[in-house]
Design a protein around this ligand. Sequence first.
Ligand SMILES: [Zn+2]
Length: 370
Amino acid sequence: MLNKDRILKNFLDMVRIDSPSFKEAAMAEYLKEFATQQRWLVRVDNAGKLCDGDTGNVIVRIQATGGGEPIAFSAHMDCVPPCLGIKPVVEDDKISSEGETVLGGDDKAGIAAILEAALHLKEENIPHPDIYLLFTIAEESGMHGAKNLSAADLPVKKVVISDAGGPIGTTIVKAPAKAGIDVTFHGKPAHAGMEPEKGVSAIQLAADAIRRMSLLRIDEETTANLGKIEGGTVTNIVAETCTLTAEARSLDDAKLQKQLDHMKQCCDEAAQNIGGSVDFEYTISYPALTVPADSPLLQKTDECCERLGLKFEAVPCGGGSDANILFGKGYSVVNISNGMEAVHTTKESISLQDMYDTARLVAEMMKSPE
Ligand SMILES: [Zn+2]
């Protein structure tokens, strides 16, 4: 039997462990201990060394007791700030924090559900294929654990991630790619009163570039936003530099690239018009997630929900997660809800029933086919 009290206890134990991004060592230790007690194989990879973290991803292998294709289940160990000294409060079915911190249900609810499902299969001797559990580091600060995961450490084709909200059965099938953009406009300083014609204003250059840009809602799948602009020093000097920080997102990688090319072209045109020069730099933080409608893993999720009486719903999501990264690495993925609510706020909460239902769904997905 899936054990509600045990899920609650394990969840509360975990949220009390501090685990901000890059400092998940205590959580990793807890999970290593947990797996070792169950005689599951567990190791920590070297992702932490590659991103200056104090631990790597925790990867558990539970050997097959039945047929079927190997499959992985994943959730992240880190929490967004404020997340130090979390004191969970349980009121009937609802768990929240005391109000000074987040709860950390994002994503320890996912971890709790996955562990409970795996325990359940073991205790009831339910046949299952090779199962891998992947608990990642530094998801919240840019998915560094998933990015630095080596494919050899996760030899499966399918990964079920549980890092989403909504009624249980909600499954994320689309999430945008995102690019961070840094632009530096270089003008030429001159005394603004005596010989302004010798100068090139970096601020005017930026303004000219910006007025050429298509921004905000670009199309159904694509957005772009200027987040911050800074430039110049005092009024009697023609501004030498101006910097602009922006982002662009799209559910389609090609459309994102098109928007980036457009923004760069606007900067180049402005430099031709005003003078000066522009450094336009961007990094794609993560690729788009697009789970095809005929994905066998998606179909399996649907079927498992159906068997359990959960309402399967495939939905898009506005933000990226480990699912984007793992999808970009070639894994077939889905990101299933664990019921987390008001995440990234001090009002974050989760329902025990939702965690229990997530564990039921995960257990159903872990089983060998009949
Ligand atoms: Zn999360």
